[in-house]
Design a protein around this ligand. Structure first.
Ligand SMILES: [Zn+2]
Length: 267
């Protein structure tokens, strides 16, 4: 799917200060334990419509998170296949963008002109339509995710259904961190879009940005897509798997949520 992505400043800028190294003799052990503590979560959006690359993604040799659009021809079968393979399933909730065509949104989409009751109805219907969903993220949504009234209802319904929210961060004006904190909804945010340009060179470059992000952070969430870039993204992820495993442990987004929860109960 076409997504207009305005990167937030901290997605692409990094501190220049190097991490201090204690002594050369402990380097190998230190770097191994560093990789063991880092988490990489890959999310693939836009399942549910039999998009190009669906089969290739399903064959990837690591656990990941698949975001399935509701009310589409392969919504149920994609969710069931992913669940059987042990992947996370999340609802890929279509939300109005600032720019773009309405037909990209898909059925049951959230728009800012809808009344409260209709927003609640659409979010509940979407959750009911995607089997095994443990979370939700936004499809497009640069307009909706900046709208506090709409996002408060979306996140409240997620809370009632025990779902975490993954903020795809299609706008730097997102209100999701603020509202999710107020409602105490578990939140994970996207760090890197893998395939906003549909070329192997670009996707490989984004994998490099993912690695760079991990040097300075404990986790990196990266979002790719089935669709025009699907086969290329799947191929790059497959060929990058061994080297990614040297940078961190590849997990599902739900494991990042649990991990954050675990940390919160520590003194
Ligand atoms: Zn999408």
């Amino acid at each position: 799917m076409l997504i207009a992505f305005a990167p937030a400043p901290n997605l692409t800028t990094y501190r220049t200060t190097a991490t201090p190294v204690q002594s050369n003799s402990v380097l190998p052990a230190a770097s191994e334990s560093k990789a063991a503590s880092k988490r990489i979560a890959i999310v693939i959006d836009d399942f549910g419509n039999g998009m190009t690359g669906t089969a290739e993604m399903m064959k990837l040799p690591f656990p990941f998170t698949i975001a399935v659009m509701p009310f589409m021809p392969t919504t149920k079968s994609d969710a069931e296949t992913a669940h059987k393979l042990g992947h996370d399933v999340i609802v890929h909730m279509p939300m109005e963008p600032n720019k773009g065509k309405k037909e990209w949104l898909g059925p049951g989409a959230l728009t800012t002109d809808l009344p409260d009751s209709e927003i609640r109805k659409r979010v509940e219907a979407a959750i009911d339509n995607v089997p095994f969903a443990v979370g939700m993220n936004n499809h497009m949504g640069s307009k909706v995710t900046a709208d506090e009234r709409v996002m408060r209802i979306v996140l409240q319904v997620c809370k009632e259904h025990g779902l975490f929210f993954l903020d795809s961060r299609t706008t730097f004006k997102t209100v999701i961190p603020k509202v999710a904190a107020e409602l105490n909804v578990p939140l994970v945010s996207n760090d890197v879009f893998l395939d906003d340009v549909y070329s192997v060179a670009h996707i490989s470059k984004q994998i490099g940005i993912l690695r760079k992000h991990l040097e300075e952070h404990e986790k990196c969430v990266a979002i790719g897509h089935v669709g025009p870039s699907g086969k290329k993204t799947a191929a790059v992820l497959l060929s990058s798997t061994p080297s990614l495993r040297e940078n961190g442990v590849i997990v599902k987004v739900s494991e990042l949520v649990r991990r954050t929860g675990d940390q919160q109960i520590l003194p």
